[in-house]
Design a protein. Structure first.
Length: 139
């Protein structure tokens, strides 16, 4: 496998799989299909993967917000990782539970968690840091 022979790719793979919920498949998919990870801002990377809701407003009409477009394979892989993270990753789990308690639908909360997980991976890659489940307490 190419990842095992290249030290940079191997390091990035190990860094990403430290996050609870992100396995080898998700990390390899992000390495192969999202080379911009760590180079774009949080809004830009969310738009590339299309986990930021887009509105369909026109004039006075307020349409339905939905995620569409972007890189669907990354989004579907991230969805599966987020399903695992919602149960096993402490910060993502508490975020998900807070959204549900505030009345959000399960799918809406799950997409918000997908975006949060993607941003965590982006910041880790950008700053070349290790996974810290208590990152929110440090800020």
């Amino acid at each position: 496998m190419l990842i095992e022979t290249d030290s940079t790719l191997r390091k990035q793979m190990q860094q990403r799989t430290q996050v609870t919920g992100v396995g080898n498949v998700t990390a390899a998919t992000l390495l192969a299909l999202l080379p911009e990870l760590g180079q774009l801002s949080n809004k830009q990377i969310s738009a590339v993967v299309a986990v930021a809701p887009s509105c369909k407003d026109s004039g006075m009409m307020r349409g339905h917000r939905a995620v569409w477009g972007g890189r669907a394979l990354i989004r579907s892989t991230l969805y599966m990782a987020t399903l695992s993270a919602v149960y096993h990753n402490k910060p993502i789990k508490s975020f998900y539970q807070r959204l549900i308690a505030n009345g959000k639908q399960q799918k809406v909360a799950l997409v918000a968690c997908m975006r949060k997980l993607l941003i965590i991976l982006t910041v880790m890659t950008k700053n070349n840091t290790e996974w810290n489940p208590n990152f929110s307490k440090l800020a």
